[in-house]
Design a protein around this ligand. Structure first.
Ligand SMILES: *Cc1c(COP(=O)(O)O)cnc(C)c1O
Length: 428
């Protein structure tokens, strides 16, 4: 469910025509819908009604300050995976107590930043990290609230590159080692054990892997309590999938029901870290068609957006629905089309052989479900400036990240002394 739909033959984001935004900000740009963000946050929250639950939005899915603040004002905390994301969450107005710091490789500087900010929970992924955190916290005379991320060795049956809970993945502490790590944690100064964390992957479209992982974690909570640890928070991570193009992931309500069954009677505050399911289809990437050509019998449409703007198709073989901003006639003939970006890589392809209505140069296309892992993964490859981001709310729209300029792209670079100045220096 989203708020991008045709009205009188034109694609609207809520009450604003996408073509009007394109005329104002240029292309390509990401367009986010406030109503859709609110809707998904509410649906997720409703699914957890009656549970003692905290929702910490996974900032890495979409780190725009305006998106984080929209969710923070609805009551969300934040799950962050770097010092940069921590600063974003704080800047957007998330209360420090509502911030969870995840990630397999937090640097000492990042841990120190988080301790000084007084965040709510560190999800620690190794005994080494625990030792670092202990030293830093003890030196400050504070206690870090810690959950250990346990790797339950469950296959989430999603794309290889976003599977995180199998034994061979780099994440967490292998579940058979959990008791040992907790025993060490309990003996360290500056560490206050508060819970257990798990996160098995992203774009998960079945309940069974979640259930298997959560059952294992609930067993571990029992063992840890028997060992004398005060486990009062259970962080179940994120990962619930969204429909990109025909997938049928479980609904938040079905997910919530399963969580209720598996955790019933456990007496823990539950923490959730949803990212994609909140922001995924709250965004589209709007791009203008540069050229249409016929290549060895195939129709090839070249966009002004590329893999540097939206990496998911090249990185994850993701299939995003793509629709023209002008509604095609009901009887328009659909022909297979390759939809590609201008980057000098054969992998810069958004769709291959996709049945599409007729498309011509200067048409606008919207690449759907680009709100999660879109702008955040963009780069300057081919020295393309970062695209603009726009937030719509009802009939209002504003730029929430302006397009980068070429001058800004070059500003971090400098000539070394031996290349600075006249071109004949050193030539002899
Ligand atoms: C990426 C991530 C999330 C969010 O995953 P989604 O699939 O976007 O819901 C949550 N927790 C952790 C630890 C993550 O790394």
């Amino acid at each position: 469910m989203d708020h991008f739909a045709y009205r009188d033959g034109e694609l609207y984001a809520e009450d604003v025509a996408v073509a009007r935004i394109a005329a104002a900000v240029g292309t390509p740009f990401f367009c986010y819908s406030t109503a859709t963000l609110r809707h998904h946050y509410k649906v997720f929250g409703d699914a957890l009604a009656g549970l003692d639950a905290t929702v910490c939005y996974a900032v890495k899915a979409n780190a725009n300050l305006a998106v984080i603040r929209t969710l923070a004002w609805l009551g969300a905390g934040a799950d962050v995976v770097s010092g940069g994301e921590l600063e974003r969450a704080l800047t957007a107005g998330v209360a420090p107590e509502g911030i969870v710091f995840s990630g397999v490789g937090k640097s000492r500087d990042e841990l120190a930043l988080a301790l000084d900010a007084g965040i709510g929970q560190f999800n620690v992924e190794s005994a080494d990290e625990l030792a670092s955190l202990s030293g830093l916290a003890a030196a400050r005379g504070v206690a870090a609230r810690v959950a250990v991320r346990v790797n339950p060795d469950v296959d989430p049956r999603t794309h290889e590159k976003i599977s995180t809970g199998r034994r061979r993945d780099k994440f967490g502490v292998p579940w058979p080692d959990a008791r040992g790590v907790y025993a060490r944690a309990a003996a360290l100064p500056g560490i206050e054990i508060v819970g257990v964390a798990v996160h098995i992957g992203s774009q998960i479209v079945r309940l069974e892997p979640f259930r298997a992982a959560f059952e294992r974690i609930v067993d571990i909570v029992g063992e840890l309590r028997a060992d004398g640890h005060d486990i009062r928070r259970l962080d179940l991570g994120g990962g619930l999938g969204v429909p990109y193009d025909g997938e049928t992931p479980p609904s938040p309500a079905e997910y919530g029901e399963m969580v209720r069954e598996v955790t019933s009677g456990i007496g823990c505050e539950l923490v959730f870290e949803p990212g994609r399911v909140i922001v995924g289809n709250a965004g589209v990437l709007v791009s203008r068609v540069l050229y249409v050509k016929d290549s060895a019998g195939r129709a090839v449409t070249v966009l002004d957006a590329a893999m540097n703007d939206l990496l998911r198709p090249s990185l994850y073989d993701a299939r995003h629905a793509i629709a023209p901003a002008r509604e095609p006639a009901a009887d328009a003939e659909h022909r297979p089309m390759d939809i590609v970006g201008p980057i000098c890589e054969s992998g810069d392809v958004f769709a291959q052989g996709r049945p599409m209505p007729p498309v011509a140069a200067d048409d606008l296309l919207s690449i759907r479900t680009a709100g999660a892992y879109g702008a955040v993964m963009s780069s300057n490859y081919n020295s393309r400036p970062l695209a603009a981001e726009v937030l719509v709310d009802g009939d209002a729209f504003e730029i929430v990240r302006r397009r980068q300029t070429t001058a800004e792209m070059l500003a971090l670079e400098r000539m070394p002394s031996w290349l600075d100045g006249g071109r004949d220096r050193g030539a002899a």
